[in-house]
Design a protein around this ligand. Sequence first.
Ligand code: C2E
Ligand code: CA
Ligand code: CA
Length: 301
Amino acid sequence: RSEIMKAADIALYAAKTGGRARLRIFEPGMMVEVERHQTMIALARQALTHDTIVPHYQPKVRLRTSQVTGFEALLRWRDHEGQLRTPDMVRAAFDDPALGSLLSERMLQKVLDDIQHWTRIGLAFGHVAINVAGADFRQGGFADKVIRSLNARQLPPSCIQIEVTENVFLGHGAGDVERELRALSDHGIRIALDDFGTGYASLSHLTQFPVDLLKIDRSFIQRIGTSTDAEAITSTVVNLGHCLGLEIVAEGIETAAQESYLRDINCDVGQGFLYARAMPAEAVPACLAQSETAGQIAKAG
Ligand code: C2E
Ligand code: CA
Ligand code: CA
């Protein structure tokens, strides 16, 4: 009997993850999914308790000048062998009601510590964009926490951006999200809409929520040069965004051809392996020094 109850529980969980008001019948494959989820949660919890989270920074480049305008903070953590890992093994934890906001809190504090250090040594790093998940907004008081953390270190709101994906706008609690984002925005923190073009969001969200930047999803950028459809979508998003007064960031630029297409259609900022992968905080000063030189070469050319 307990096996049947467990199976029912797992099917219930699968139904809930699939969205509201749906019925799912248990299949053995669901068990694998649940175990994978539990492993992710356990690994994230370990990373928090052993304090092995290390934010890494990927540069964002202004396409017109080739200079670094800022960075995106990406979560990296060390496993028990000390090996550096990307978020994919802990991904489920970002949306976990309890763990998600603990992860964000840890990232926020570490990123602000790095920013404070760069500020003290007079490094012109621009800004750091921080990823935020739905769990952060459900807790309440998120904007307050961010603003208090900035104030405690005497940092200006312009030194960070907050990145959210379209799905935080959906479902119940969208009102809370709007309130929190508005509080951040009113304080002068810029908001970026991440993975744009892949979600279910409607275009009206762009005017309803205080969005300042659009990040065009990597899946479109990577098909530049091979898919006229992807190119049409990319250039339309750039125009649409500009008409609404938004800054456009292209994610996942890997080739010079993609970069030059984006520059031609007036995309503002680029990010991707073509420039650099995410790097530890200690590598940021050298990255900026190199960008300074690249900018000068671009100007001379
Ligand atoms: P994202 O926010 O869309 O971040 C961009 C991802 O694309 C990063 O993967 C980055 O390493 C990767 N990327 C950047 N340029 C290129 C490129 O040219 N080619 C390819 N193939 N990939 C590129 P990463 O670091 O593995 O992060 C994956 C996702 O995990 C992020 O997607 C974000 O949704 C989430 N994430 C990362 N850090 C955090 C965090 O601190 N908090 C939250 N809530 N989510 C995070
Ligand atoms: Ca992001
Ligand atoms: Ca993205």
